[in-house]
Design a protein around this ligand. Structure first.
Ligand SMILES: [Zn+2]
Length: 126
């Protein structure tokens, strides 16, 4: 399992031919764990919706795990109320989005976020 920030471009191999594309895209979206960090609700919401619109409903439906990382309780509430609902409308299946709050002191830099995600991964193996 690897973590990819949402908004990432599709890997080059998926662009080689129509057939390869048809074979590899389900794998790409179905096997990677995506994440995004909620810093500014309006900005993130736009980025996420743009990303999902771009990959399309079929690929959005293939997503198996998307972590939404937030720092303040209010961000978590807002996400559930607005962004998660918007994501489902764009094809993300229920149970795919996992909301996670950063641990104290709630730093949301890439290093802290990746450390947290790696820990989740290790815990899920136990
Ligand atoms: Zn940090």
């Amino acid at each position: 399992m690897s973590f990819l920030a949402s908004g990432i471009i599709q890997p080059p191999i998926t662009r080689t031919s129509k057939q390869v594309r048809a074979d590899t895209l389900p794998m790409f979206y179905g096997t990677h764990t995506f994440y995004f960090v909620l810093r500014d609700r309006y900005q993130e919401e736009t980025i996420i919706e743009r990303w999902l619109s771009k990959i399309g409903r079929t690929n959005a439906g293939r997503l198996c795990k998307v972590f939404a990382i937030y720092t303040t309780k209010q961000d978590g509430k807002d996400f559930t109320k607005y962004t998660a609902a918007a994501m489902r409308k764009l094809g993300v299946r229920s149970g795919v989005i996992e909301l996670m709050r950063t641990s104290y002191p709630h730093c949301a830099c890439n290093r802290c976020v990746l450390r947290m995600l790696t820990k989740v991964k290790e815990d899920s193996k136990k």
